[in-house]
Design a protein around this ligand. Structure first.
Ligand SMILES: *Cc1c(COP(=O)(O)O)cnc(C)c1O
Length: 485
């Protein structure tokens, strides 16, 4: 297909239902009453909200039209860096919707929920194996809560050793949740500057690591899309001074089945099931951030834990060193089912292949856009590549302008202005699920936009021009939000 995918044709305006209603209009018709009339109880007839009167067709069309305003991974490429917005196979939805799972009540006694408990035990085992660690908890509802769980475990570990520590090392490329989680747990985050190659040098860690530092939180591959090559040496330095190494596994989509974090010095790792393991996300839906740990740290995992005796599964609170419970029940169960279905249907070879293709696709985009956009670090990447708007600054065009213009071409924009260490960052993570043709179209759109930045910069400043909603005043939206319709 030639030309941009974006279009403004037949995307209809959508007034609120309240603006569409007509008094007396009705969405159903009932047969004539053949019993005596009896008034509704007062509670049902009082001053409730004034619902609009609408026909069935009006309601159906309203919601169907609204659904077409949504852009998601089922619509097209969604190259947000550090998010792994990949296509999620629908078969995993099917397993998550099986009645035995979807309708199971969390308070069912274990003898009536053996299937669900067995799935949890199996998923814990598989995730621990992927992590190269020994045991796992499925409780954390997202990566950020997994980080908090990890920090609580580190806290419990140091308390157990008789001396609490006050600081945690965090690379300057880290996701904002890392320092936030450390701080939530009472630790002072200490930034670790990355070197000229976008990774952490052992000597930097060596200079910062001391007896008052509880450990390091390190993302690998990091948010610049580079593998922290010195991880073993860094882990050795941290361990030698009595600290622990927390791995942020949000970027596991680059290395699953290839690198086992536990084998390169990581003690605790969270995985984002809603990134790597087949749950759709982005609209604020439920997630899961399971945490895997070494054998020595397993006793600190949250309770209740799934335990097995002679093929029967049960939930046990009998772990006196546990950091306690993180959520009311057992995590977002549907997300866990999807992940288990994904892992079992892919198998080790499939997972490995997915990671390899994710890296290949990112490097393809990097090579194709090299010379078009400024490449922040000019070397092969893992699953994402980071450009910047440096070369467009002469025309006064920013990463935001180019991102907005991409929407006119029918593409969801990449992540911009993150990671913070790259000024005007444009961070692209194509994922393994995109075809070469889709990547080529995306690259072509970016090339056209960079040409426009030179030839008609004003157009870019006004972009998007083809979209339903044009350029928003983001500052005003943040300062004076209008929350009513
Ligand atoms: C997404 C992400 C997180 C946070 O995970 P949530 O599931 O959104 O809470 C942490 N670190 C990195 C590197 C991430 O990309």
């Amino acid at each position: 297909m030639n030309g941009p995918l974006g279009t403004s044709g037949l995307i209809l305006n959508e007034p609120l239902l309240w603006e569409q209603g007509q008094k007396g209009r009705c969405g159903f018709s009932l047969p004539e009453r053949d019993v005596p009339e009896s008034p509704l109880p007062e509670a049902l007839t009082g001053d409730g909200p004034a619902f609009p009167d609408l026909s069935e067709a009006e309601v159906v069309r309203h919601f169907t039209r609204l659904s077409t305003w949504n852009y998601g991974v089922d619509t097209g490429i969604y190259p947000l860096g550090s998010c792994t917005m990949k296509y999620n196979p629908k078969t995993n939805e099917r397993q998550a919707a099986l009645r035995g799972f979807a309708a199971a009540h969390p308070l069912l006694p274990p003898r009536l929920s053996q299937g669900a408990l067995r799935l949890m035990a199996g998923l814990e085992r598989d995730l621990a194996e992927i992590a190269g660690l020994t045991a796992a908890t499925l409780q954390p509802a997202a990566g950020a809560q997994g980080e908090l769980a990890g920090m609580l475990i580190i806290h419990a570990y140091h308390r157990g050793r008789g001396k609490q520590r006050t600081k945690v090392l965090i690379p300057d490329t880290a996701h904002g949740t890392n320092p936030a989680s450390a701080a939530l747990c009472g630790y002072a985050p200490v930034p670790v500057p990355s070197d000229g190659r976008g990774i952490i040098a052992p000597k930097t860690v060596s200079a910062l690591m001391d007896d008052d530092t509880a450990g390091i939180m390190i993302t690998n591959p990091n948010t610049l899309g580079f593998f922290e090559e010195n991880i073993r040496e860094i882990a050795r330095i941290v361990h030698e001074r009595g600290g622990l190494v927390y791995g942020d596994g949000a970027n596991m989509n680059a290395v699953m089945g290839v690198v086992k974090p536990g084998e390169i010095g990581i003690d605790i790792l969270h995985l984002n099931l809603h990134k790597t393991f087949s749950s759709p996300h982005g609209g604020g839906g439920p997630g899961a951030g399971p945490v895997a740990v070494t054998k020595d740290l397993a006793r600190f995992l949250p309770v209740p834990r799934v335990v097995e005796t002679d093929g029967m599964y049960a939930l046990s609170e009998d772990f006196p060193d546990s950091v306690g419970r993180l959520v009311a029940f057992h995590g977002h169960f549907g997300v866990l089912v999807r992940a288990y279905s994904y892992i079992r249907s892919m198998g080790p070879d499939g997972l490995r292949q997915a990671s390899r293709l994710a890296c290949l696709n990112a490097n393809y985009v990097r090579e194709k856009l090299k010379g078009v956009l400024h490449l922040a670090y000019d070397r092969p990447c893992m699953h994402e590549c980071v450009f910047s708007d440096r070369d467009q600054q002469a025309e006064g065009i920013t990463a935001l302008d180019m991102a907005k213009r991409l929407m006119d071409y029918g593409f969801h924009p990449p992540t911009i202005y993150f990671p913070l260490v790259v000024r005007g960052a444009i961070m692209i993570e194509p994922t393994e699920t995109e075809t070469k043709e889709e990547l080529d179209r995306f690259v072509e759109a970016f090339r056209a936009i960079v040409r426009e930045a030179k030839e008609s910069p004003q157009l870019l400043r006004e972009a998007p021009v083809r979209c339903k909603v044009k350029r928003l005043d983001e500052a005003a939206a943040a300062r004076n939000p209008r929350l009513a319709g």
